[in-house]
Design a protein. Structure first.
Length: 168
């Protein structure tokens, strides 16, 4: 299997596994543990480093590495889209109701009135669907992948041959 495809599949699977871990443990319902969801960014960066190390051995240049990292992220994003959709639509169908309740509690804890908290939550509600959530996760995977690849490729790429020494 090509390193780009392999890394993309690993990326998607690891992010989906972490998402389901957050669901099974119920951590997504805890305001302090909810932020652990962003471990997915560290997972993506680690997988991109691993994947770009492999593709660097193929002799890819900086631009080639950015393309490889982007493709890894695209492959991962497809898996993440379907995993996220299944997570919120099938396995945890009350996910958005529970997230809204956590948000309501956080807003009330800041001193916001019940009416203002509900108004704020109502503004967010259209974005809290299985499709939109899955699509957002997939798009952010690609965006993160491109940005991370721009940096990682500086370190893991085919180095240009040194210029011959000129003796005067």
């Amino acid at each position: 299997m090509q390193p780009t495809v392999k890394a993309g599949i690993v990326l998607g699977i690891l992010v989906v596994v972490w998402t389901f871990f957050m669901g099974i443990t119920g951590w997504y319902k805890d305001p302090t543990l909810l932020s652990l969801f962003y471990v997915v960014v560290l997972i993506e960066i680690a997988v991109l480093i691993w994947g770009l190390k492999m593709t660097a051995q193929e002799g890819r240049t900086y631009g080639g590495q950015i393309g490889a990292g982007t493709l890894m992220s695209l492959i991962g994003a497809v898996i993440i889209f379907f995993g996220s959709y299944i997570f919120t639509e099938v396995v945890f169908p009350n996910y958005f109701d529970e997230i809204r309740e956590v948000g309501r509690q956080q807003l009330l804890a800041t001193g916001m009135s019940e009416a203002d908290a509900q108004a704020q939550l109502n503004l967010q509600a259209p974005m809290q669907t299985s499709f939109v959530s899955a699509l957002t996760g997939a798009v952010m995977t690609v965006v993160t992948g491109v940005v991370a690849s721009l940096v990682i490729a500086i370190f893991y790429r085919k180095k240009p041959a040194p210029a011959p020494a000129v003796h005067a």
